[in-house]
Design a protein around this ligand. Structure first.
Ligand code: UFG
Length: 323
């Protein structure tokens, strides 16, 4: 298939491009390189510089590409994703994440592209009562990031009805790790996620780290999350694309492992490799105690199963950062 990957120079986008190329698809990446990197784009993918909020720019690229061969599907990764930043700058998040999706859908409609694979988040669930999230559970985001993703999910569903499109919406849990080639991984100036921060501390790239709160209602008092390797997640996108294109269907799927690990367990796992200098600090605003995916739907409908354990996720992040 010919696939347009918007945000294909970023962390998850670039890994998905690697999986698409491995599966012999033709890939066109569009990215504004605001957080992504040009050299993260697989050499076999074609690259266009473009901003998802710029209709004229995006429309021009689609015109040029469609004249060569129409796109079978579009994958969307071009979002802002840092929860505390979304609280400080909600307008930026609505502009990039919601207006960006509107422009993308308008351009898709303009060029008759019928299939959209969209990156959403567990943040749409808010603070689920027992910590386990099913796709048809109530959605009650507690921050602008989750709200913008939920608004986009709804827009995609309405537009799909109106323009006869198929959608595959993926709600990601905690994504981490690096590609086995070590060519790509999570590489940003400012890192906020627990696994890379813990690994950086073990590697002495940072002096110490904080565990944000140990008084939650969990077994060891620290927050529990469901970790998924970025390459497992990327492979799910290939399955999701084939499902909506070949079967002419749509769906919303959680992507996680259905297993929860506490922050302390993550720190202990990294400490097996090298000691981690940590202290326990106050809670971070907006953190739910526990978020675990029910991933039965992705398994039953898409045949998706995670292959890589937390140990493997951490090992790949260590190897990537050492390199
Ligand atoms: N944490 C620490 N110390 C750190 C960094 C994080 O203790 O230095 C803790 C957090 O407080 C939290 C857990 O580690 O309890 C995981 O935090 P991350 O920042 O790694 O990830 P989040 O669970 O906050 O966020 C992830 C995605 C978001 C998504 C969210 C859904 O990165 O995009 O899951 O809940 F919205």
């Amino acid at each position: 298939m010919k696939v347009c990957v918007i945000g294909g120079a970023g962390y998850i986008g670039s890994h998905t491009v690697y999986e698409l190329i491995d599966d012999h698809h033709e890939v066109v990446v569009i990215d504004n390189l605001s957080t992504g990197q040009r050299d993260a784009v697989h050499p076999k993918a074609k690259f266009h510089f473009g901003d998802i909020t710029n209709f004229e720019q995006l429309d021009e690229i689609f015109k040029e590409e469609t004249a060569l061969k129409p796109f079978d599907a579009v994958m969307h990764f071009a979002a802002k994703i840092v929860v505390p930043e979304s609280v400080e700058k909600p307008l930026d998040y609505y502009h990039n994440n919601v207006e960006g999706v509107r422009v993308m859908l308008a351009v898709m409609a303009n060029h008759g592209v019928k299939n959209i694979i969209f990156s959403s988040t567990a943040a749409v669930y808010g603070q689920p009562e027992n910590g386990v999230c099913k796709e048809d559970d109530e959605t009650k985001p507690i921050n602008p990031y989750g709200e913008t993703k939920l608004a986009s999910e709804k827009m995609i569903q309405w537009v799909s009805d109106a323009y006869d499109m198929n959608y595959c919406i993926f709600r990601y849990f905690n994504v981490a790790g690096a590609h086995e080639s070590l060519e790509i991984g999570l590489n940003r100036d400012v890192l906020t996620h627990i696994i890379p921060i813990t690994v950086q501390t073990a590697l002495k790239i940072r002096d110490e780290m904080s565990i944000f709160g140990n008084d939650y209602d969990t077994a060891d008092g620290t927050c529990v999350r469901d970790y998924i390797h970025v390459s497992d997640l990327a492979q799910a996108h290939v399955l999701g694309m084939k499902y909506i294109v070949n079967e002419n269907k749509s769906g919303i799927f959680n992507l996680g492992s259905s297993k929860g690990f506490s922050v302390l367990e993550v720190v202990n796992e990294v400490s097996k490799y090298k000691p981690v200098n940590y202290k326990v600090g106050p809670r971070r605003a907006g953190d739910p105690a526990m978020l675990i995916a029910s991933s039965n739907k992705a398994k039953e409908v898409l045949g998706f199963e995670t292959e890589r354990s937390l140990e493997k996720i951490i090992e790949s992040d260590i190897k990537y950062r050492e390199k």
